[in-house]
Design a protein. Sequence first.
Lengths: 303, 236
Amino acid sequence: MSVVQLENVSRWYGNVVAVNDISMTLQPGVTGLLGPNGAGKTTVLHMMAGFLAPSKGTVTIDNAPTWRNPGIYRSLGLVAEREAVHGFLTAKEFVLACAKMQKLPDPAAATKRALELVEMTSAQDRRIDTFSKGMRQRTRVAASLVHEPQVLLLDEPFNGMDPRQRVHMMELLHRLGDEGHTILFSSHILEEVEQLSGLVQVIVAGRLAASGDYRRIRRLMTNRPHVFAVQSSDDRRLAVALIGEKSVSGIEVEADGLTVRASDYGSFTRVLPRIALGEGIRLRKLLPSDESLESVFSYLLEA
Amino acid sequence: MSTVAYITARGLFGRRRVLLLLPLPLLLIGLAAICKAYDVSPDQWGQPVVVGLGLAVVLPVISLIVGTGVLGSEVDDGTIVHILTKPLARRDIILAKLLVAAGVSAVTAAVPLFIVGALANSVRFGLALVVGAVAGAIAYSALFLLLSLVSRRPVLLGLAYILVWEGLLGRFVSGTRVLSIEQYVITIADKIAPTGMLDGKVSVPVAVVMSVLFALGGTIYAINRLGSFSVAGETS
């Protein structure tokens, strides 16, 4: 059981503050690090992994500083966002090399186990060069897990994975978390964390915006007003019918359709087709228009 | 540590870049062979081929290609992270890389230099060039290894050192020779087999002490730099 601790950590590059006074404690289990692109997630992960010195504050794993301390890698695994691998090696050679560099007593057995864990055994003798993005990712995960680290940090691990691989990776992380490992993964896509029931740390613009149970944060998210762009065969008549709905808080009629503000995502999307059907209006387009991550996260920041 | 050396060597020979190591030694041997075949007096071709091409170009450029290849290319593409996230002393990583770099450079440069030296003068001269080349390869490798940690453009910096510092300034400004590895190599080889072909501009003690300083200083500084290796957050 290992604990990763950030205490009043800031990191700046020249005049740019990338991480601003963040304190957090990661306990065993799976934690998601959420935030839009450029929020400072990677900076936080790199400081945890000992690849960046905090400008201020301390980053420790089990009270040992991570900066300039290669000893921490005995209990730490990192899957960086950058996909670089030694492509001239086969998956097996690569993981085995990592096992040997970890000075494990039985590198071959550890390699076999790690490759089985990520289901890469069938492709283990192919050069990594020839792998798809998802396979590469799994190989890197195997390499980071080969020494069974107490702490595993993953930077955007789901990028480039197909849905099946995502589910599989989720299960793997959950299993490790349940076994008492401390797992942190970063993501800029909220829905990726859907299956997560664990804890979430949200970073926006270098600050810790929210921290806690995913469901609470999810509720904040779903209760925010949603904006939809709607086009139909008769926009004005549709607008008249919609404004009587409780879930609709505002409508603008524009040249190319309606902009509808709904206070409740779920009931609006249920009620819209019913109204259209009842009025005999044909819907041509329904588009949620403020789903950009920035707006989602900044809403969270205000909440 | 042996695993680091193994991956480094695989990486070096697995990239197409390794082919760059072939033309220069071949050119060196080819030139000497042609001169020998046409019975040109070694007095005429010895110095330009051995010093002008061999010691001023082949040895440093090969050391540059190899020295920046063992670490610089891994820093470039980010694969260095896989080696750094291991509980290895940074000293062991640098020493393994240096071992591969110096070894490969020394062999690649010393073999053609030996052949050329033997053709131009004697086997003894050839062996003297081998000793000089090995010393030079170690000092150059330490320097270029360090450059790949202090700069994102190690090849450019290394070329500037070889061409401008050693090549250009070394010819006109005598003071720069004290910091020129090429001059140490010339002096060391000349001391072992005096032929008149080599014209060492620095004294033997300076050459030996400075070679060691370059090798040790570069290595120690590189170890320290690797210890604080930072990966900047990627904004792309």
